[in-house]
Ligand binder design. Structure first.
Ligand SMILES: Nc1nc2c(c(=O)[nH]1)N[C@H]1C(S)=C(S)[C@@H](COP(=O)(O)O)O[C@H]1N2
Ligand SMILES: [Mo]
Length: 253
């Protein structure tokens, strides 16, 4: 298990370790079949997962000795915008994370402010639908603390992550619901493997939502928007790959 640095997080860790049916360590070996299974139908899959697994159960965490010697990068590895590239040059000193949408107190936070917040570190396995996995150590702020700082309005249902990169002009974005947003292992990570997050892996801040597949782990997060619906964001399916390649919105593992 992992370091829990704040008592507030411990309360949500049920003793039940849930997920016995689906949480074998070998279940992801044939990652392509995961996509197939997930593809049966999103509604069915999500309902089935809710029945079979406890969504507050923790993803497996690993000892440091299991960390992958090489953790490859995937997707975009350097956002093309001039604004982002200027941030790289200035080491993100002027960068700000915006938290807005259905919140009482919109936030604009520097990286220093985010790094001064309580941290959680976890060693987990990243599973990409393209058929590779890697175990890495992630350090960041629990998303719940950022949401609480902004104060979610009662109508908020989803958390949308707007990223600095795009594919042919279509911005990368992702979204999760508030259940996953409040999960104790859901963090916005600024550190990886005891280093500051590299540009290739999503500097300065990327999502880790450990109970879901790789494409949900949004890199280059610039803005966190709370929303009551995903309909008017992107093409309305809740993420870049969901919009453009019919990937499932709920990519539970
Ligand atoms: N902003 C952004 N986030 C992204 C992607 C991307 O292209 N852009 N690719 C996704 C995919 S498919 C995977 S598997 C992981 C890869 O993360 P890594 O580069 O740290 O290995 O990031 C995910 N998040
Ligand atoms: Mo991926």
């Amino acid at each position: 298990m992992t370091l829990l640095t704040r008592r507030g997080l411990i309360g949500s860790l049920g003793a039940g370790a849930g997920g016995l049916l689906l949480s074998g360590c070998d279940r992801i070996v044939a990652a392509p079949s995961v996509k197939h299974v997930v593809g049966i139908g999103e509604t069915l899959t999500m309902r089935a997962q809710r029945l079979l697994t406890n969504r507050s159960a923790l993803a497996r965490e690993f000892p440091a000795s299991d960390m992958s010697p090489v953790f490859r990068t995937n997707g975009n590895t350097m956002p093309q915008s001039e604004a982002y590239q200027a941030h790289v040059v200035h080491r993100f000193a002027d960068w700000r994370l915006l938290i807005d949408g259905l919140v009482r107190r919109p936030q604009s936070l520097s990286l220093a402010q985010i790094r001064a917040m309580p941290t959680r570190t976890q060693i987990t396995r990243h599973d990409c639908v393209e058929g590779w996995s890697a175990i890495g150590k992630w350090t960041g702020v629990p998303l719940k603390l950022l949401i609480d700082a902004a104060g979610a309005l009662p109508a908020a249902r989803y958390v949308v992550f707007h990223c600095a990169d795009d594919f042919d002009g279509d911005p990368y974005y992702e979204s999760i619901d508030l259940i996953d947003a409040h999960h104790p292992q859901t963090i916005l990570a600024w550190g990886m493997n005891d280093q500051l997050l590299s540009v290739g892996h999503g500097a300065p801040l990327r999502l880790r939502v450990e109970r879901q597949l790789g494409y949900k782990q949004a890199k280059y997060v610039m803005r966190v928007e709370l929303a009551d619906s995903l309909d008017n964001i992107g093409s309305g399916k809740g993420g870049y790959w969901e919009d453009s390649a019919d990937y499932q919105w709920y990519a539970g593992i």
